[in-house]
Design a protein around this ligand. Sequence first.
Ligand code: GLA
Length: 388
Amino acid sequence: MHRIEELWSIYQNKFADTGLKKGAFSAPGRVNLIGEHTDYNEGFVLPMAINKGIFMLGQLRKDRMVKVYSIDYDHLLTFQLEELTFDQENIWVNYIKGIIAQYRKSGYDLTGVNIVFTGNIPQGAGLSSSAALEVVTAYLLASLHEIKMSAVEMALLCQRAEREFVGVNCGIMDQYIAVMGQADHALMIDCRSNQAQPVPLSDQGYSIVICNSKVKRELVDSAYNQRRNECFQAVTYFQQKLKGPVKALRDVNLVELQAAAADLTEQVFRRCRHVITENERVLQAVTALRANDFPEFGQLMIASHLSLRDDYEVSCRELDCLVELALEKKGVLGARMTGAGFGGCTVNLLKENRVEAFVKQIKAEYQEKTGLVPEIYCSAPSNGAGKL
Ligand code: GLA
């Protein structure tokens, strides 16, 4: 990671001082502990911010130009505030353009800006590097323009940028946790009310270990939208069938689902079963964590993985392999795929004193089984976006 002084010196090599307001900011990646594919069903999720992030420096300009230098791509791009077109070649800049477009759409009169950024969140690994880029950009622009907005408003603005500009129909989880993460806490987000409760998750002899399968999530966008549609299809059915109001799968329980089995396709039935049981598991996981019942938390993670694998069908051979290998290891309480699926990472809960052995064994065994070299990261729950 670049130290802040180094980043400023890279900045000064690229840009002249405009004499206007400047600042340095960061936003983290995230790992979701439990509650997968529940956010767009207005359910519950329990992510934590991780100790990897995006670091961005910027200064306002007197004109209407935006100049962005990506240190990691060693690429400088320039565009006008009024000229926000999708860039097919430099995908990364679209997250920045998307945020600017949303501020403008909300009526904020932005001026030009010079930006330099770098990051250490692995891309395409399901650790939300894109949400971090959106959030750090939103944070920088809000700070430099002295725009006051609540954390939830900022998360929603970033989600709209991703949906409308980048074209990925995501839920709120990734942007929310990148804004609101708290050190030593996971965050239980109610994706209907958009309210969150921090749940203490500090050391106590257990560690969160993330295994990157190194399978890039290629299918993810089309399969993601397909899963969403299956859920929405079920909602339309339940709206006609049930007496109470049904806005999302959040409003349907297991008994109601079972009673509808004959009317739904077997596949849609399983999708619903995942969402309904996963919401339940998040609530149980929060109770377990508050009671320091880590073994129970681990069991819920395992059940979540099986449900994602068999009912929601968003796992893949490599993720299953990582989970199976993990569960054979001493001191492992739980393991599951995390994020949208089809590749990316697993998240594991294990005894801290077993981490070293775990890392060594998983690396060797996963490579032997798949030919892929995994990357493994340990992270305590970290803070959300902030000033550096
Ligand atoms: C992606 C989306 C999130 C969420 C997860 C699955 O990360 O961006 O909104 O839906 O997948 O839980």
